[in-house]
Write a protein that binds this ligand. Structure first.
Ligand code: C2O
Ligand code: CU
Length: 484
């Protein structure tokens, strides 16, 4: 980290001194306010989301158009509701294959969880399905299909769900930033979303990085203002180390769950995770960069230019958020269970990492010889079957609803795995490798050889549990719990 920061300062040149978010400082920030009993009169929102193909120019205005699949006519539509509101969303399937909508991170009743064959029948082409539920928690969430995920999400089928009601004092401005890569050829056509050589390693990366569908996202923001950034990593594969330069910044929520405002150097955001930041913008005419330090070459997720009159005059001291109201696991009574994320025992992934990735032979082995058997990964040595969800395997476990569980998540592979549990918001208790603050999440990145402990109170239903690198869940790293 230190070397990187030294490099950064040099690169940051004309900007104000980098105010990186600092995890090393033992700063616990401002305590959260308890969740208010009610967020006002609940409203029912009726929306129709039609999944359909749509031409979008991702390769620049004079480049070719690409045929994306989107909900309605928008790339990443944003549904904005308040905590306690009711959402009635009708999915209309205008695609040539079946689909569904999973409300990632939202504690929905099981029947609304959107997993074909597990919680509902698939929504066939030309058919509809009504999702109807109340939003129990505030935060930054998203929604996506749950079958042929690398293909459907890869084509662009994903949307944002924002549940308001966590701000005890409104911020001056807000931006929603969706980071997602695309696998496009130069004619705007899609390259294969899944490759054996990617699926058996860290995933197949896109050819074009974008934020909000743009290669270089820029925006004007009010000067000397406290602005909220909701950053969603909706890529199939990528992880990011996110930090801010040119402004004082705090991280205020992870996966939609408020954190006491922490100073952090950077926060590692795996696929499917979200972070909310608040920052104090500079005086008019100055810029702020939101950067991803993870790749060899730093990627700027957003360049924000301050304009207009100052909005704030006092010191930067963002108002605390209201805590979310997640059932508290009883750690002493919790039942411990261990889940090991590993290679399928007889799969190519179990020895592929012993091969030199630059050796052309290793790519040939993967791409030519092994295309029939695409099970590379397993949870506790059990792989999700290759034939999709039709033949439901036995559950990983049957949890008792209302009971507390403590899971040790162990990564036995050389690749990071962002692990997601449906229908629950869990508490991340500890890592064997990093100093993470105790926080709530729905997806937790488990680094190579890392052990992460989480705890939660089980709810009834069949809940998926999988890696959110889409090619990993499609090649075995998925299971479910059948809770009664
Ligand atoms: Cu976004 Cu099964 O997950
Ligand atoms: Cu994975």
């Amino acid at each position: 980290m230190l070397t990187r920061r030294a490099v950064l300062t040099a690169v940051a040149g004309g900007l104000a001194a980098p105010a990186l978010l600092s995890l090393s400082r033992a700063d616990t920030g401002r305590p959260l306010l308890p969740a208010p009993a009610s967020a006002g009169t609940p409203v029912t929102h009726e929306v129709t989301l039609e999944a359909k193909p749509r031409a979008v120019k991702l390769l620049g205005d004079d480049g070719p158009a690409s045929t994306l699949w989107t909900y309605n006519d928008e790339l990443y539509p944003i549904l904005r509701l308040k905590r306690g509101d009711r959402l009635r969303a009708t999915l209309k399937n205008g695609l040539a294959e079946h689909t569904s909508i999973h409300w990632h991170g939202v504690r929905v009743p099981n029947a609304m969880d959107g997993v074909q064959y597990v919680t509902q029948p698939p929504v066939e082409p030309g058919r509809s399905f009504l999702y109807d539920f109340t939003l129990p928690d505030t935060g930054t969430f998203f929604f996506h299909p749950h079958c042929n995920e690398s293909g459907q999400v890869g084509h662009g089928l994903v949307g944002v769900l924002i549940v308001e009601g966590d701000e005890s004092r409104p911020f001056d401005h807000e931006l929603v930033l969706v980071a997602k890569d695309w696998r496009l050829d130069s004619a705007g056509g899609f390259l294969p979303f899944s490759t054996d050589s990617g699926a058996a390693r860290a995933g197949t990366f896109g050819t074009l990085r974008t934020v909000n569908g743009q290669r270089k996202f820029t925006a004007k923001v009010p000067a000397s203002a406290d602005i909220r950034l909701r950053l969603l990593n909706l890529d199939a594969t990528r992880m990011m180390d996110v930090g801010v330069e040119g402004a004082d910044a705090r991280i205020i929520a992870v996966d939609g769950n408020p954190l006491p405002a922490l100073h952090l150097d950077s926060w590692r955001v795996g696929a499917a995770s979200r972070v909310d930041l608040v920052l104090r913008t500079p005086k008019a005419g100055n810029k702020v960069l939101l950067r991803d330090y993870f790749p060899a070459e730093i990627f700027d997720l957003a360049e924000l230019e301050a304009e207009g009159p100052d909005r704030q005059s006092g010191a930067f001291d963002p108002a605390p958020l209201y805590a979310s109201d997640i059932p508290e696991p009883d750690l002493r009574a919790a039942e411990p269970q261990a889940y090991v994320f590993g290679a399928a025992s007889d799969s190519i992934a179990s020895f592929i990492d012993t091969l030199d990735p630059n050796d052309p032979l290793s790519k040939i082995i993967l791409d030519e010889l092994c295309t029939a058997e695409r099970t590379f990964w397993a949870i506790n040595k059990r792989s999700w079957p290759n034939d999709g969800h039709r033949n439901l395997p036995p559950p990983l476990a049957r949890l008792q609803a209302g009971r507390s569980y403590r899971f040790m998540l162990q990564n036995a592979t050389p690749h990071p795995h962002p692990i997601h549990l449906h229908g629950h918001t869990f508490k991340v208790l500890s890592s064997s490798k990093r100093s993470l603050p105790v926080h709530h999440a729905d997806t937790v990145l488990v680094l190579p050889k890392e052990r992460i402990e989480i705890a939660f109170v089980a709810t009834p239903g069949r809940w998926m549990f999988h890696c959110h690198i889409l090619e990993h869940l499609e090649t075995g790293m998925m299971g479910y719990f059948a809770n009664t």
